[in-house]
Each structure stands twice: as structure tokens, then as C-alpha cells.
Design a protein around this ligand. Structure first.
Ligand code: 5GP
Ligand code: ZN
Length: 138
């Protein structure tokens, strides 16, 4: 499955050149053009799925195993101190390219990548509301 208007389809399938760190039948791993830190990479499936909801289970499983193996290998190569594995779904969550991808972001002690969230509080009201909504939705 391909989308002719999708830049990541073209990159994943080698029609547009990219700095490729790894490739197999299902995935290409490339360096991000707008890196959060040195070595920021993206895992791209070769087939087009807009987001995690649409990704078949077998590819979802392979993607997380690939993420694990890549960050182990890259930690040795780059000498980084940690990794964020980030995956955005939907505009509200910061997704800008609508072809499933996983960000592998090396972290270095003291780096200023600075993404995260403002820590809130789980109120009793929210807890009850969430559990109730989930129960009603199944
Ligand atoms: P998203 O915000 O959708 O989770 O992430 C999209 C990522 O793709 C961004 O980090 C952006 O820098 C990267 N990106 C967008 N276009 C290109 C491109 O043409 N080549 C590469 N290597 N990265 C891209
Ligand atoms: Zn695509």
C-alpha cells in the first residue's frame, strides 16, 4: 500500500534519497532533517499507514523490536546517555507527516532538547470519569 503524495512513502522506498541507518524488507531508518538532538532518527515502514491506529499488528510488533535494537546499537555508536522513543498520532499530538513513524531521539546529559509535559494531578473526579467512559465504550 502506497500513497503517491506521501513524502515518507518516497523516502522509505528509496525514491528520495535519505541518510539511511538501516533497511530491511519492511522498514527504513533515516536521520531526521530537523533533529531534536544529534542522531535523531525515524523508523519508517515501507508501506503507507497514516498512524498507529491503522498499522497492522505484525508491523507494530516489528517496529518496537526494531526500535529496541536500533537504540541499543546507536547508544554504543553515539555515546548518548538515554533515549526517547516518541510516536505522534494526529495533529493535536504534533503529527506533521501522516505516514506512521517512530522518533528515536538520543539524549545527552544536560542537553536542551527539553520536550515533555507539565505535570498535572489525577483528581478523583477525572479518575471516576475516565473509568466510567471506558466501561461504557467497550
Ligand atoms: P511528526 O511531527 O509527524 O511526528 O514528525 C515528522 C518528522 O519528520 C519531523 O521531526 C521532521 O523534522 C521530519 N521530516 C519531515 N520531512 C522530512 C524529510 O523530508 N526528510 C527527513 N529525513 N525528515 C523529515
Ligand atoms: Zn506514506
Amino acid at each position: 500500500m502506497r500513497d503517491d503524495n506521501c513524502i515518507f512513502c518516497k523516502i522509505a522506498n528509496g525514491e528520495i534519497p535519505s541518510a539511511t541507518l538501516y533497511e530491511d524488507d519492511d522498514f527504513r531508518v533515516i536521520l531526521d532533517l530537523g533533529p531534536a538532538t544529534k542522531g535523531h532518527a525515524l523508523i519508517l515502514p515501507k508501506e503507507h499507514y497514516p498512524n498507529l491506529y491503522e498499522l497492522p499488528d505484525d508491523l507494530a510488533g516489528k517496529a518496537i523490536v526494531l526500535a529496541k535494537n536500533m537504540i541499543k546499537k546507536l547508544t554504543k555508536a553515539l555515546g548518548c546517555d538515554g533515549y526517547n522513543v516518541v510516536q505522534n498520532n494526529g495533529e493535536a499530538a504534533g503529527q506533521t507527516v501522516f505516514h506512521f513513524h517512530m522518533h528515536l531521539i538520543p539524549r545527552y546529559n544536560g542537553d536542551d532538547a527539553g520536550f515533555g509535559w507539565k505535570v498535572g494531578e489525577l483528581t478523583e473526579e477525572d479518575k471516576a470519569d475516565i473509568l466510567d467512559k471506558i466501561e461504557k465504550s467497550v
